[in-house]
Design a protein around this ligand. Structure first.
Ligand code: G4P
Length: 292
């Protein structure tokens, strides 16, 4: 069953962006470096027209370091886009953001023509954390529940550089099924929109090939990468459940508990540095879903 999610506050976010965009020079879209294709918002392109865009691959500290450069290249090859990687450990991210915006809109700058930037991102992508770092005070509240509305605010990054925040949003309809599962696994979708066991199975079906060594390191299944890959995802979840003691009375495995465990391990990066899609995979999913 495909995942669909459309929290009510997104209507107001759409409106807020629509009203703000005419005075904006560059749009910064914050992406999750663990799912750099699926965490982008196709609606944003519609709402922001042809404004230049900086794609920030955030949380790169928990993404696969071999895959992040592939995604940076993929975005940087697109016209009007500059991509940079960031994570919360970077003490002063403002300089890189400012430089990327100036590269895209060199005509802006100075007090007469200050740079006006809008920052957007789906829930849980780390926008509040980044804004807190940028503004050096806790203006934005961080939290782990997807879909919390926040009021618009303006941050002055330099005398001639203004950054507007908007509430987080996700596209109204997830048209690529694989993206829906990955977004749910990463924590970007409200918990009531998906079934944890179903999402964990989809997640394991993906992880068991490229990330079998990480699964073995975490769950000590005593299996080679090839043996892990050969398991069906149901068998893999069951093996994890037994290893982690997710067993009910009578010896039946508690698949729901095991599903929660796997997703918690992914989100907290206890599983290791993982990126849930490559550019080539994402392009193939886009092509498939258009054909649906
Ligand atoms: P949002 O405004 O876009 O919804 O996201 P927010 O900043 O609230 O961040 C969501 C979660 O992601 C937070 O964790 C935050 O600490 C974490 N996060 C933000 N940036 C980074 C990053 O660059 N790397 C990593 N690894 N994590 C990041 P949380 O568990 O929900 O809350 P808390 O533990 O920080 O209280």
């Amino acid at each position: 069953m495909a995942i669909q999610w459309f929290p009510g506050h997104m209507h107001s976010t759409r409106k807020a962006i629509g009203e703000r965009i005419k005075d904006i020079d560059v749009v910064i879209e914050l992406l999750d470096a663990r799912l750099p294709g699926s965490s982008r918002n196709p609606l944003l392109a519609e709402l922001t027209g042809h404004k230049p865009s900086v794609k920030v691959l955030n949380k790169q500290d928990v993404a696969d370091p071999a895959r992040t450069p592939l995604w940076l290249d993929w975005y940087n090859a697109q016209e009007g886009i500059r991509a940079i990687g960031l994570d919360a450990s970077e003490p002063a991210p403002a300089r890189r953001l400012i430089d990327a915006c100036h590269a895209l809109a060199p005509q802006r700058g100075g007090m007469a023509k200050p740079m006006r930037v809008l920052i957007c991102g789906i829930p849980n992508v780390g926008k509040s954390t980044l804004i807190n770092t940028l503004s050096k005070k806790s203006q934005a509240k961080t939290g782990d529940e997807a879909g919390i509305t926040k009021l618009e605010q303006r941050i002055t990054l330099a005398d001639d550089f203004y950054l507007w925040d908007t509430p987080g949003m996700l596209w109204p309809r997830i048209t690529i099924p694989q993206s829906g599962y990955k977004l749910a696994a990463s924590g970007a979708v409200g918990k009531n929109a998906y079934d944890e066991e179903e999402v964990a199975l989809e997640l394991l079906a993906y992880l068991k090939q490229p990330y079998a060594p990480l699964l073995e390191a975490r769950y000590k299944l005593g299996l080679s990468p090839a043996a892990i890959d050969a398991l069906r995802e149901e068998e893999l979840l069951e093996a994890i459940a037994r290893k982690r003691g997710a067993v009910m009375s009578g010896g039946r495995v508690n698949l729901q508990k095991a599903a929660e465990l796997v997703m918690t391990d992914l989100r907290s990066a206890v599983l290791g540095r993982i990126t849930l899609e490559t550019p080539a995979e994402f392009e193939a999913w886009c092509t498939e879903s258009e054909a649906l």
